[in-house]
Design a protein around this ligand. Structure first.
Ligand SMILES: Cc1cc2nc3c(=O)[nH]c(=O)nc-3n(C[C@H](O)[C@H](O)[C@H](O)COP(=O)(O)OP(=O)(O)OC[C@H]3O[C@@H](n4cnc5c(N)ncnc54)[C@H](O)[C@@H]3O)c2cc1C
Length: 301
């Protein structure tokens, strides 16, 4: 990490919220559901689909999970009533995973019941390694009653090959990503090349068995490898999709759209945008650099 980016990250707590918003607004739809429907509509116009995420931090009390659960229900109803092309993504820790697994599953079942009424797919995001087993357990339990639910596999995890093998036998719908959390070497591959190699290996396992995969990456090496595998296994354009984050590598997004392939954009929104953004800036120093640039740009006046 460059000294400049280290300085920017260290000074984030004193950067005015309005300035953080200048940078964050590229990666976040806004604070409200109407912001989401506007952003998704624009994505749909360019033929991209979306997955909507209600932003939130780890919760510590049971009651804190309920507003997030209710907001997810509002999201699926809004998707249905506005007819936008979108589905829902959620992180189980926001619904009580680390407090009480039963509470978490109850909240998830309430969301899935509302989603299934309007035929909306729900993706369970994957969090750090302390959540992996519990997330897969809950996914498997709810999927018996709600088939319209999918899960995420992180290519940096050493266990993922075994998880993928199992999920293939269950005919799961999978998003494959590299993984975003800092994990110890006994749990996760650390080198970029090792993670890329494992991503390609897992992707081949999935595509060769015709599992529907959300190929979630902005890494052109992986996108090229995915295209080679798609060709090798002669997949139709409705048998996979690419996935990217809102505001990230729009050049790559547009190339995929030009090829008329399916692409879904991850659209986060909500009142908790500030904590989410500062966490993202810390994870990705490249974005932190933009905060510094914004401080001295005309946009700021
Ligand atoms: C749709 C989607 C859903 C995801 N869901 C999960 C999940 O459930 N669990 C999980 O652990 N991780 C998730 N991730 C994050 C993922 O694991 C990676 O950490 C992230 O995508 C960066 O890896 P990359 O493959 O894009 O490659 P990188 O090599 O990290 O990125 C390639 C290039 O993309 C750009 N870039 C990548 N990420 C960002 C960013 N955040 N902001 C700005 N520029 C960026 C940079 O220019 C970078 O050089 C998700 C990612 C996507 C796209």
């Amino acid at each position: 990490m460059s000294l400049l980016n280290k300085l920017v990250i260290a000074s984030l707590p004193v950067v005015p919220k309005s300035l953080v918003w200048l940078v964050a607004k590229r990666y976040i739809a806004g604070k409200t559901l109407s912001d989401v429907s506007r952003v998704v509509r624009d994505l749909n116009k360019m033929k991209a689909m979306a997955t909507v995420d209600v932003l939130g931090e780890f919760i510590t009390k049971r009651e804190e999970s309920f507003p997030f659960r209710d907001e997810c229900i509002n999201v699926v109803n809004m998707i249905h009533s506005t007819k936008i092309d979108a589905n829902l993504s959620l992180k189980l820790s926001q619904y009580g995973l680390k407090i009480d697994k039963e509470l978490c599953e109850e909240n998830l079942r309430a969301i899935l019941a509302a989603a299934s009424k309007v035929n909306c797919f729900t993706r369970i995001d994957m969090e750090d390694h302390t959540c992996t087993d519990a997330t897969l357990d809950i996914y498997r339990s709810v999927r018996k009653d709600f088939p319209n639910v999918g899960v995420v596999i992180q290519a940096y995890m050493r266990r993922s090959e075994e998880d993928v093998r199992q999920l293939i036998s269950e005919k799961a719908n999978i998003r494959l990503c590299k993984g975003i959390y800092r994990e110890p070497p006994n749990v996760a591959f650390q080198e970029r090349k090792e993670v890329q190699d494992n991503y390609i290996k897992l992707l081949e396992m999935l595509l060769s068995t015709k599992i529907y995969v959300g190929i979630a990456t902005h890494d052109y090496v992986l996108i090229d490898a995915a295209h080679s595998l798609i060709k090798k296994y002669q997949l139709q354009k409705n048998e996979y999709e690419f996935q990217m984050l809102l505001g990230v590598r729009e050049d790559l997004r547009n190339k995929i759209l030009e090829k008329q392939e399916r692409i879904r954009i991850y659209v986060p929104y909500g009142e908790h945008w500030y904590h989410y953004s500062t966490r993202r800036f810390k994870e990705n120093p490249e974005i932190a650099g933009y905060v510094f640039k914004a401080m001295f740009s005309n946009n700021n006046k």
